[in-house]
Ligand binder design. Structure first.
Ligand SMILES: Nc1ncnc2c1ncn2[C@@H]1O[C@H](COP(=O)(O)OP(=O)(O)O)[C@@H](O)[C@H]1O
Ligand SMILES: O=P(O)(O)OC[C@H]1O[C@](O)(COP(=O)(O)O)[C@@H](O)[C@@H]1O
Ligand SMILES: [Mg+2]
Length: 502
């Protein structure tokens, strides 16, 4: 593995042997969070000249090959007094030396988790980059997610087969949740003599990719595992944004426009849109900011309450009085605690991958608003739109297509260069190889104490719900004292009544 001696490395701090990040502290104080390389466990691997050197399409590029000391800064807003301090990732792109004889490459591609616009583009571009840039001919699609490794036949992929798949939503390979059986997957990779594995999926998928990489490494196998991050929720750390996110926001916007039109057309009309976003409210936040027609945006990161001053009921009443209509956008993961509290039921369980299944905040909240207004004998016309799967099942827009292409190319160049156990993605606009651990250690969530959320609050003028804890505490106290009072009236005492009264 090339060292960073030229860049002034003062020695590497080897992390846990099987951790995917390799941390090097430079003399300057900068830290390189490097990704594993095949030579970490196969030190005598042969190298080959990159065939791109003779590719006419790329001959005009001035400095085509990425050098060993090219890195991407994790943070680009720095103090001028100490600009070099900080964390860096290895810059992605083609290397002059590669670690595979391209005739011997057997690559496979798998898509896992939920759908996302752009999946087919990534598949297409991995196939085309392998085929046209490196001359690889053995490319296989694993069907139906991780479980497809051991339960389905593979399909052969070539540029003809994938030619116009980027115009379609979904994934031509199929996808699934659950079914990550590491030893079966690793055996399948070994049995099929696969030496490059391209894994497209979200945070769960990337965790799975890391486990596969570590197991292959433990077996001493020459297999490069490359992760391509996918999620419309935009909940993957470090990278600027996930592919398909912009497309999803645009589609969410169409639902918001419809909700606004409906709301405006009826007396006390409320357009209500439920948007995907399990733990992170990015789609709801960006669609709201882009729309300017939204009166209130509810996201999982901001617990909200209904009754009392500063609550949702008051706010909706006020907006209807002022404007005659209102638009509410709710991310599906918002208000889950409020709902479980109110329904007295537990949450909705978990899916095959272990993700929390959500209770339907949209229908519940619409009903609560209707009940509140009808108790006050006031009119409310709620028009509920749930575009859930529509925003992720569509083909990607132009910008996401280009973005997906860059991700695919970065992944292929990285695998060819012998890197493995990495995720690709843009960090401050430049593509990098990021240790998988780094993107899976926590899910990214909307930071409600930064300027973007403040922009949203100032554009909607909605309540900030900062009193959530106090309001809920007061509500609980009130409910308890009511319960105690009624127990007293009926001569009972919270289930201990029989003992006490006997
Ligand atoms: N911690 C984990 N270790 C190994 N595999 C995992 C892990 N979490 C999820 N997976 C696998 O990754 C795949 C996709 O995960 P899921 O959470 O459904 O979607 P996403 O990758 O989009 O977050 C599933 O096949 C699941 O079994
Ligand atoms: O109904 P499904 O297919 O399980 O998907 C629902 C979930 O998928 C998502 O779109 C994204 O999930 P992943 O990125 O984890 O695949 C969530 O917003 C949503 O809760
Ligand atoms: Mg996920």
């Amino acid at each position: 593995m090339p060292s960073n001696a030229e860049a002034g490395a003062s020695g590497s701090i080897p992390a846990d042997n099987l951790k995917s990040s390799k941390i090097e502290r430079m003399a300057s104080g900068a830290i390189l969070e490097d990704v594993p390389h095949l030579t970490d466990w196969l030190p005598t691997l042969q190298t080959y000249a990159n065939p791109l050197k003779h590719n006419p399409s790329y001959s005009t590029v001035k400095q085509y090959f990425i050098e060993e000391d090219d890195v991407v800064a994790k943070d680009i807003v720095v103090k001028i007094s100490n600009p070099w301090d900080g964390v860096y990732f290895r810059r992605s792109g083609p290397r002059e030396k590669i670690y595979f004889d391209t005739k011997e490459v057997r690559a496979c591609i798998v898509t896992c988790g939920g759908l996302c616009p752009g999946l087919n583009t990534v598949i297409r571009e991995i196939v085309c980059a392998l085929w046209t840039q490196y001359g690889v001919r053995d490319i296989f699609g694993i069907v139906g997610g991780y479980k497809g490794f051991y339960s389905r036949n593979t399909i052969r992929l070539d540029p003809k087969i994938v030619n116009d798949i980027h115009k379609r939503g979904g994934t031509i390979l199929g996808t699934s949740r659950g079914g990550h059986d590491t030893s079966k997957i690793v055996s399948s990779i070994e049995d099929r003599s696969i030496n490059q594995v391209y894994i497209i999926g979200g945070d769960g998928t990337q965790k799975g990719a890391n486990v596969i990489h570590k197991e292959l490494r433990r077996h001493g196998m020459k297999v490069a595992v490359a992760g391509i991050p996918k999620t419309i929720d935009n909940d993957i750390e470090i990278i600027d944004k996930s592919f398909g996110f912009d497309t999803a926001v645009e589609e969410a916007q169409r639902a918001i426009n419809a909700a606004h039109t409906e709301a405006e057309s009826f007396e006390n009309g409320v357009g209500f849109v439920k948007i995907m976003g399990r733990n992170s409210g990015y789609i709801a936040m960006y669609a709201t900011l882009a729309s300017r027609d939204v009166d209130c945006c509810l996201i999982p990161e901001v617990p909200f309450y209904l009754e009392g001053g500063g609550g949702l009921y008051d706010f909706v009443c006020r907006r209807l009085k002022e404007n005659g209509h209102a638009v509410i956008v709710v991310a599906e993961g918002a208000g889950q605690e409020l709902m479980t509290d109110s329904l007295g039921s537990s949450n909705g369980g978990i899916d095959a991958s272990g993700n929390r299944l959500l209770l339907d905040i949209g229908l519940w909240l619409c009903q609560k608003l209707k009940d509140h207004f009808s108790a006050r004998k006031e009119i409310i016309n709620i028009k509920y739109i749930d575009p859930t799967y529509m925003i992720r099942a569509i083909p990607s827009n132009a910008a996401d297509n280009v973005y997906s292409t860059l991700l695919a190319h970065s992944a292929v160049h990285g695998a060819m260069a012998g890197y493995c156990g990495f995720t690709v993605g843009p960090v401050n606009g430049r593509h990098a190889y990021i240790p998988i651990d780094r993107v899976t250690e926590k899910q990214r969530r909307v930071n409600t104490s930064d300027r973007m959320w403040a922009r949203l609050l100032s554009s909607t003028n909605q309540p900030d719900f900062l009193q959530y804890k106090n309001v809920m505490e007061a509500k609980r106290k009130k409910e308890n004292s009511q319960l105690a009072e009624s127990s007293h009236e009926h001569g009972t005492n919270n289930g201990n009544s029989q003992n006490d009264s006997s």
